[in-house]
Design a binder for this molecule. Sequence first.
Ligand code: AMP
Length: 282
Amino acid sequence: MLRETRIAAVRSEIARWRRLGHRIAFVPTMGGIHEGHLSLVRLARADADRVVASIFVNPLQFGPREDFRAYPRPRLRDRALLRAAGVDLLWEPGVADVYPEGHRTRVRVRDLDETLEGFARPGHFEGVATVVLGLLHVVMPDVLWLGQKDAQQALIVERLVRDLLLPIEVRRGPTVREPDGLAMSSRNAYLTKTQRADAVALSRGLAAALDALQRGERDAGRLRRSVRSELKARPAVAMEYVAVVDARTLQPVKRVRGRVLIAVAARVGKARLIDNLEWEPR
Ligand code: AMP
């Protein structure tokens, strides 16, 4: 696995692969590598000749009171895991590479960036869209792999790529979970033992909603209540929101008719955790 920080070096290596006609896949991350990231690398590996991954803790997507400084940065471990999963080139830019002095440009995907996580974390998706567009302009992959774990982020990036006419295929990998159902996240490292036990409420709540959907429940209010009752049963969990929205517009629905996203966010100790499910009636 090659490892680079400088943009020019990344570009020239990728240009060399391009001349060889290689198909290139890209998996951007913030590090704190876990099975969720590695599953994306393996999916990428399966139908590309070369896999590029990046590790960049993007300051622009963190709010002033958020965990930018505390965000896990176990770099040696991250590199070993990505190498073993089959990454060909790991790009680890510094903040000054991505945001050169005087950087002023911001990218927004309107409306989609104002609900759910965008409402809870103002400016978050502007930070995400801005960095992703920059990273894509350096790597210019054929395929970009994103996780369903961050469904709103995936939707926003899909729209960004489409709206700006980028010749990139965006694919989503399924959410990878711990054996008890907790969605894997770098932020799970913040949890104490009891918080970790209670954090299972998010996926349990979603499982309860899925069960209700499969039994024919279509009322959004009752679906939200089925998620909330799992969250309320756990003392360490402070719910932020449970939403049932149209999976394409992210606007709330009253009844489930087409494809829906059920999204949940909660604070558990120092960690702010999110999870979701997408479901469509047949
Ligand atoms: P992050 O490092 O958290 O910014 O995530 C980098 C990429 O990995 C994003 O596309 C995430 O959606 C994806 N990802 C994070 N956690 C998971 C998970 N548990 N399962 C699948 N993909 C994930």
